[in-house]
Design a protein around this ligand. Structure first.
Ligand SMILES: *Cc1c(COP(=O)(O)O)cnc(C)c1O
Length: 498
């Protein structure tokens, strides 16, 4: 922060206060001006970043000066240096990974979260932040139809929601056979916990397992079907093969590639029979529960012991926002709660520190609270259904193009398509190369943004819709962009295979 140069006319107390207010107002107004211009210009700007890494470094790596800039100049310089390196993932034509846009009410709440600067560790630090999470947590359980008594935590994303839930799981499954506190004693000398999870799991599960000291080597991948769903017989066989091992099972609500759901109704009761803890990775798919039309896909999901999902994906809150839910709150609380003499604990309210892995933390419940106020119950369900609708339209439009084909049809808001090299002697790897080349070329046009994956051994382009802004115009522009790069790639096959 720059030292205040106090001009003679502002040397009074009032003058000083005004100087500060003025700085705040100037900074925030500059930010609002740029943010508005950015969001209203999304229709015209490139989706992919417009500079390469070298350019961006040259722009941003300015020498740090001894003297700071006046506040407005600092904001302007920051915006100017960073802008070309932004990916317009807030745009309705961004279909990469599963990223999610931002609802206006949630962005506004997020700005206020920063301006209010609440430390959402304890009720005492910010009663408003604590009650916002208490209320929004209850709303989320209601929308996602999770057991009412479940505890929850607002974390940075689904990755940390896994860590939070699996910390509760680690403790609970060990305490089935020992009286140990893994948080106190550590894991050495305790029975090994095995983790049964579909072979198509999201990699964040492995990171959570690694961080918790459970050991990735103890992950036993289960065979899955063509959509990535755990197959029943091998599942049952794995559980009965070692009945005495403390076991955590991880299932998926929304496979990252196909959007498929494990058969919760069929599988969870089996896992329960063997005393396993069932955790659900529902980063985006858990939101099917909020839609009458799609909720059947996740039927039986409420039988699990813990659930992880995101706010920054389907709900379109800004980053970073994820949610962990645990059916038996005592397992959750025991894994995280600590007491220290300098903390002030609430008797009649929820201290977030009892449920979260972090200590000082952003009041991220505010953006969820505002998002849900602005959407209402029906808005959440419409949002999810809208994603599914545009995924279908986009997939249909792409697969109608020459040499395009469907690899996995939309179940919810995810689908896979591929492109086939038309040469008569083309092999699988030529099709793969063409698919990757098409993705690269579309992104280069700046008209739309897609990412790829390997599915059942072949390269595919993901069609992933997770933004409230995506509309008919975005979808037709994206299809037109694909049609155009496809036609030039097919007419210049050498360039493709170079
Ligand atoms: C995105 C995603 C994650 C990781 O979530 P973050 O919010 O990025 O931490 C985990 N599982 C699935 C299925 C996902 O799509």
């Amino acid at each position: 922060m720059r030292k205040k140069r106090v001009a003679p006319w502002s040397a009074t107390f009032y003058g000083l206060v005004m100087t500060y207010i003025d700085e705040d107002a100037r900074a925030l107004r500059a930010a609002a001006r740029h943010a508005e211009a950015y969001l209203s210009g999304l229709g015209h700007r490139r989706v992919a970043a417009s500079v390469d890494v070298g350019d961006l470094r040259r722009r941003m790596a300015v020498e740090l000066q001894d003297d700071g800039l006046p506040v407005e100049a600092a904001v302007e310089a920051f915006v100017e240096n960073a802008s070309p390196g932004l990916v317009a993932s807030a745009s309705g034509r961004f279909f990469g990974w599963v990223v999610g846009g931002t609802l206006p009410a949630a962005v506004a709440a997020d700005w206020l979260t920063a301006a209010w600067d609440q430390n959402a560790a304890l009720y005492a630090c910010s009663p408003a932040a604590a009650i916002a999470e208490e209320v929004a947590g209850a709303w989320l359980k209601d929308l996602l139809v999770l057991p009412r008594g479940s505890s929850f935590a607002f974390v940075t994303g689904c990755q940390m929601a896994h860590v939070t839930c699996l910390a509760a799981a680690r403790r609970a499954v060990l305490r089935q056979t020992t009286s140990c506190d893994p948080e106190v004693q550590g894991l050495s000398g305790l029975p090994r916990i095995r983790i049964l999870v579909g072979a198509q799991r999201h990699a964040s599960i492995e990171r959570a397992v690694g961080l918790l000291g459970l050991g990735r080597a103890n992950i036993a991948p289960l065979p899955v079907d063509g959509l990535g769903r755990i197959r029943r017989e091998p599942f049952e066989a794995a559980l009965s093969a070692n009945r005495s091992a403390p076991t955590i099972v991880v299932m998926q609500a929304g496979d990252i590639a196909t959007g498929s759901f494990d058969d919760f109704k069929g599988l969870i009761p089996i896992a329960k029979r063997f005393g396993a803890w069932v955790h659900i990775d529902g980063a985006f798919g858990l939101w099917a529960r909020a839609s009458e039309r799609y909720s059947q896909l996740a039927a039986g999901c409420e039988l699990a012991d813990s659930w992880a999902t995101d706010g920054h994906k389907v709900l379109n809150t800004p980053f970073d926002c994820g949610y962990a839910f645990v059916a038996r709150s005592q397992d959750h609380r025991a894994a995280f709660s600590l007491r220290a003499s300098y903390l002030t604990h609430a008797d009649d309210a929820r201290d977030q520190i009892d449920w979260n892995p972090d200590w000082s933390r952003r009041a991220r419940g505010f953006s969820t609270y505002a998002a849900l106020l602005s959407l209402g119950r029906s808005g959440v369900s419409r949002l999810f259904e809208q994603y599914c609708h545009w995924t279908e339209t986009l997939t249909g439009g792409i697969t109608a193009l020459p040499q395009a084909e469907l690899v996995s049809k939309p179940i919810i808001n995810q689908a896979l398509v591929g492109f086939r090299d038309p040469r008569p002697d083309a092999a699988e790897r030529d099709h793969d190369r063409l698919t990757d080349e098409i993705i690269r070329r579309i992104n280069e046009t700046g008209e739309a943004f897609f990412t790829g994956t390997t599915w059942n051994g072949r390269r595919a382009m993901r069609v992933s819709v997770c933004n409230w802004r995506t509309d008919a115009d975005d979808v037709s522009r994206a299809i037109a962009a694909i049609a155009s790069v496809l036609s030039s790639a097919l007419s210049a096959p050498r360039a493709v295979h170079a």
